[in-house]
Structure formats: C-alpha cells, structure tokens
Design a protein around this ligand. Structure first.
Ligand SMILES: NC(=O)c1ccc[n+]([C@@H]2O[C@H](COP(=O)([O-])OP(=O)(O)OC[C@H]3O[C@@H](n4cnc5c(N)ncnc54)[C@H](OP(=O)(O)O)[C@@H]3O)[C@@H](O)[C@H]2O)c1
Length: 254
C-alpha cells in the first residue's frame, strides 16, 4: 500500500477535525504544523511540529527536504501570511495543494452589523462615547484598542493576553470554544455588553455570539475577511477528505 506523507497547516477547528479523521488511516503519514502561539494546544493524534518554517522559501525547503506528497492549508481564515506562503511554497516545491476555506458569516434579519476592513477601523467605529465592548479578536491583536482607551473591553481569548498589550480598561475571560447560545447570551447580559466586536471568522464554533447579539439587539462591528491568494480550495473537512481519497487513489492506480 502506498503511504502518502501529508502536511496539514493548522491552528483551526478544521485542522484538528481533519487530523482526528485521519488518525489510524494507514494510507497517510500525517504531520500537523502549528505556529506555536498557544502554549497548551489541544492534544491531537499523530506527529506535531511547532513554529514557523522561515517564509515560503523555508516551507518549500521543508516540503522537498522531508519528501511531503501533499499539503493542506487549514489555517484560520485570517492567517493571511501563512496562506500566501503555503500557496507559493507548494507551487515552488511542486507538491499537490488544497486549502480549506470555510464560508464567512452572513448577516441575518435582525442583525445590525457595521462592516470594517481592519482592526484599526474597528477601534474607531466604536465611536467617541465610552462603551462596553465584547472583544473576541484574539489576544495577539489588542494593540489597536489601546488607541481607543475610553471604552471598557470584555476580552475573551484562549490564553490570557500579556498585561502590557491590554487597553487600560478590561475584563478578561479565558475560554476555548465552541460556545453555546445560552452561555453567550448570559455572558453578554452579565457583562452589560453594548456592542460586539469580532472578525468574520465563519464556522460554527464561534457563531453563537452572533445569535446572542441578535437576540439582544446589540450592534456588531465585523472585521471583513482579508483577500486571499488564488488557490484550489474546499469549504469543509469532508471535501478535503474526499480530495485525499482521490489523491491516494490516483497514486495507487498509477
Ligand atoms: N489570525 C487569526 O485570527 C487566528 C485565529 C485563530 C487561530 N489562528 C492560527 O494561529 C496561527 C498564527 O496566525 P497568524 O494570523 O499570526 O498567522 P500569519 O500572520 O498568517 O503567519 C505568520 C507566520 O507564522 C507562522 N505560521 C503561521 N501558521 C503556521 C502554521 N500552521 N505552522 C507553522 N508556522 C505557522 C509562519 O512563519 P514562517 O514564515 O516562519 O513560516 C507565518 O509566516 C495560525 O496557525 C492560525 O491558523 C489565527
């Protein structure tokens, strides 16, 4: 039986899901790559590597040097640099490539979304009046909110942000999704949130906060998706598994 060496670029729910789905599948020798931002990542089966590759050239060298047969980019929708590096490196190393790009969230009836292109734009869209803002953009991206110190930020992240990166007025919540509607609603009420500020990550694990904001008629400042490089992509893990199936089938019958 042919065994294909697969590199999954991770840091998302899809990467974890795909890694679990391939556990015990002897047709694939899977390595999951994480940037190493989270000190205590969810434990997953298979080989784990952590830390950057050294740009697209470094990744291309890894793909060639370690004889990878396939690469799947399952990084978070906002990991723009890694996504660009992955497309470029797979092309340079001539390794078949697929991206998993989950659909973005779309507003529903009853939503009041203010669309912005950047976190800086999001910080100024909160306005001059002090507000209580539920901030779920991630602990690495708090700097723009230091420029709008009049607001109180309820910051939720997987790990606590470093204190010197925080805006002056914060309430910290450390938690890992997925989150449920009733809990999100309770959180918004308990913290007297007036406005939700988030990136359009898409997916189901973090969507309940949007349902809760709609239920409580709260406005949402939504950071729009970045522009991503052109590449072959699917939207779901199931489709990625079908792609792997075909890739293995074509190698075995070659
Ligand atoms: N951005 C978000 O909102 C967000 C949210 C949740 C999770 N994440 C996850 O957190 C990680 C970092 O996100 P980011 O936005 O800082 O990424 P980024 O800006 O696109 O990437 C910056 C650098 O981090 C390294 N890197 C990123 N993902 C990697 C991976 N899976 N394996 C090895 N190296 C990786 C690469 O370093 P080299 O150039 O040295 O290779 C890359 O050039 C990603 O894995 C992403 O999936 C991001």
């Amino acid at each position: 039986m042919t065994v294909l060496k697969l590199l999954i670029l991770g840091g998302s729910g899809e990467a974890a899901h795909l890694t679990r789905a391939l556990a015990g599948d002897a047709r694939f020798d899977v390595t999951l790559s994480l940037a190493g931002r989270t000190a205590d990542p969810t434990l997953l089966p298979g080989t784990l590597r952590r830390g950057g590759f050294g740009g697209s050239e470094g990744l291309a060298r890894t793909l060639t040097g370690e004889s990878y047969d396939l690469v799947i980019d399952a990084t978070h929708p906002f990991a723009v640099q890694m996504k660009a590096n992955a497309v470029e490196a797979a092309g340079a190393a001539d390794v078949p490539f697929l991206a998993i790009r989950r659909p973005e969230w779309m507003p529903c009836e009853g939503d009041h979304w203010i669309m912005v292109e950047s976190l800086e734009g999001a910080a100024s869209a909160i306005g001059d009046e002090p507000r209580r803002v539920f901030l779920t953009t991630g602990r690495m991206e708090l700097a723009p909110f230091r420029q709008a110190p009049q607001h109180l930020y309820i910051v939720r992240s997987v790990e606590a942000p470093s204190p010197n990166e925080l805006p002056p007025r914060v309430e910290l919540i450390t938690a890992r999704g997925p989150f449920k509607l009733k809990d999100e609603r309770a959180l918004l009420q308990e913290h007297k949130v007036e406005l939700l500020l988030t990136k359009n990550s898409g997916g189901t694990g973090a969507a309940a906060k949007l349902d809760a904001a709609r239920a409580l008629s709260l406005p949402v400042i939504m950071v729009e998706r970045p522009v991503l490089p052109e590449a072959p992509f699917v939207e779901t893990v199931a489709e990625a598994l079908a792609w792997l199936e075909r890739a293995h089938g074509s190698t075995s019958s070659a």
